[in-house]
Design a protein around this ligand. Structure first.
Ligand SMILES: Cc1cc2nc3c(=O)[nH]c(=O)nc-3n(C[C@H](O)[C@H](O)[C@H](O)COP(=O)(O)OP(=O)(O)OC[C@H]3O[C@@H](n4cnc5c(N)ncnc54)[C@H](O)[C@@H]3O)c2cc1C
Length: 466
């Protein structure tokens, strides 16, 4: 049942980016008379978070290109009120009230609502090392962070940078800084970078990153920082298995992971799961019938494991946002869940994954087998050939594909989508081995790498006895 046009309900959306604006827009499509307001804690809305590293490196050279839609567009075309610099700090679901603070003021403002959509995204994990808050230390999470980094670089001309954390954001930041001539060191607590990937895949990226001049100090964790009187970090102290080391640095990037941004729901019956993300039904509804949540701040169903999971991607944020907006205005959409598909491009290498890792598969009691192969990206006769390395995680008994990962210079990020589809459709290695995938000499081989790795998996599984 949708709103009738005579109703004038008050819908508040917390968060003015991917999921929040998708929710507000969908609510407007369904409820033309509702009063819809987006509360955004920052100064900007509708920005391309994923393009932040490219803004720092200068590949995106026009600040205006960082925005998908203007405030004017939302206010005039969609009749959605946007309130910037309004941070939601508390919530009273019984009284249908939220409490906000404007920037630079301690005063609390109460706003009433009929329906609420929480789309507050995620925030960087605080490393709990004293002294990290400094003039030259930065997170990379939003437009303000990127502007601060750019301004600092322009005004101080740093020669060296240290990135704490070798996950995707850390390595994208390292690439961006090195592209503008800064010598970068990455501190990673594990053996490998991109450690949500299998070793067979991430070690190829590791070699490329080192080849491009980035120093990686692996198995190392941050101990403390030394600063000068101007609150500028001059060096950091790290500890690895053998010794303690000092790294002199002009700039520090803190990229050690994220949690859902949900502290303001404390004291309510809204339940939190992995990484403090809000638990919702598959219709994105919370414990309260008039409060929905979407995007990075909420858990989604992991299609492979069937469990609530924290899978913070823009693709999930856009879809869950739209569904939350649909359902808060009387719709009945179900978000089927996510297989955790993601891709990145670093120093010309595409790296992508979907589904679950071998470790997660083992933890879930699957009889999981890992198969890896390396294949030509296209026919040998055509110049520019490169290797695509593929790793599959397969359940021995059902022969279903549980996870797939790939790395290579071309055709990786979009090839992973075939596996995302196969996993979602519960397909086996036998199904995908015979899948009719396109061929032309410049784009693939007659048996595409996707078919080939499944052929290899069929062979390997025939040799195994569990
Ligand atoms: C550098 C970088 C690169 C990325 N690259 C990719 C990529 O290539 N592909 C991909 O799929 N994903 C990528 N991501 C992840 C992607 O950006 C997020 O999944 C996506 O932005 C989530 O959208 P969201 O609307 O849920 O949250 P956000 O985009 O974080 O938006 C939440 C908004 O809520 C506001 N807010 C927070 N708290 C409050 C409050 N209390 N009151 C009011 N407003 C509040 C915030 O200021 C923010 O504007 C990247 C992320 C980063 C940081």
């Amino acid at each position: 049942m949708y709103f009738s046009n005579s109703e004038k309900e008050k819908i508040i959306v917390i968060g003015g980016n991917v999921s929040g604006l998708a929710a507000a827009s969908q609510a407007r499509r369904n409820a033309s008379n509702a009063h819809i307001t987006v509360l955004e804690s920052g100064e900007y809305i509708s920005y391309g978070t994923c393009a932040l590293p490219y803004f720092i490196s200068g590949i995106v050279n026009d600040f205006n290109k960082m925005f998908a839609y203007s405030i004017d567009f939302f206010e005039k075309e969609r009749r959605i009120q946007i309130l910037l610099e309004n941070k939601v700090v508390g919530l009273n679901p019984q009284k249908r009230q939220i409490f906000t603070q404007t920037v630079g003021s301690n005063e609390l403002k109460m706003i009433g609502y009929d329906k609420l959509v929480i789309c507050s995204g995620s925030i960087p994990i605080d490393l709990q090392v004293s002294g990290l808050k400094a003039e030259n230390s930065f997170y990379l999470r939003n437009i303000k962070n990127a502007l601060d980094i750019k301004n600092y670089i322009n005004n101080n001309n740093p020669k060296t940078a240290t990135v704490i954390g070798g996950g995707s954001i850390g390595i994208l930041a390292a690439e961006a800084l090195s592209k503008i001539g800064i010598k970068v060191t990455v501190i990673e607590k594990d053996q490998n970078i991109f450690n949500d990937f299998e070793n067979e895949i991430s070690s190829i990226l590791y070699k490329m990153v080192v080849l491009e001049g980035i120093e990686i100090l692996n198995n190392s964790s941050l101990l403390c920082v030394s600063k000068n009187d101007n609150n500028v970090i001059k060096s950091i102290s790290i500890k690895n298995k053998e010794k303690t080391e000092n790294v002199v640095t002009d700039l520090v990037m803190l990229c050690t992971g994220i949690n859902a941004n949900t502290d303001f729901v404390k004291g309510t019956s809204i339940e939190l799961g992995k990484n403090k993300a809000i638990k919702t039904t598959q219709k994105l509804q919370t414990a309260y019938s008039n409060i929905f949540a979407a995007g990075d701040c909420c858990c989604v169903k992991n299609i492979v494991t069937g469990k609530y999971d924290f899978i913070p991607t823009a693709n999930n944020a856009a879809k869950t946002g739209r569904i939350a907006g649909e359902n808060i205005t009387g719709g009945n959409y179900v978000f089927p869940g996510s297989v955790g598909t993601k891709s990145d491009k670093v120093f010309g290498l595409e790296i992508a994954k979907t589904g679950i890792s071998l470790k997660d598969a083992m933890d879930m009691q699957f009889n999981a087998v890992k198969i890896t192969g390396s294949y030509d990206s296209h026919a040998k006769a055509i110049p520019g050939i490169d290797a695509i390395t593929v790793t599959l995680i397969v359940d021995f008994r059902s022969r279903k594909i549980l996870g797939a990962q790939m790395i290579g210079k071309e055709g990786v990020a979009k090839r992973i989508d075939t596996f995302a589809t196969a996993i979602t459709a519960n397909m086996t290695i036998d199904d995908v081995y015979m899948l009719d995938l396109s061929y032309s000499p410049g784009t693939s081989t007659v048996w595409d790498p996707v078919n080939k790795i499944c052929g290899k998996a069929i062979l390997e599984l025939s040799k195994i006895r569990f």
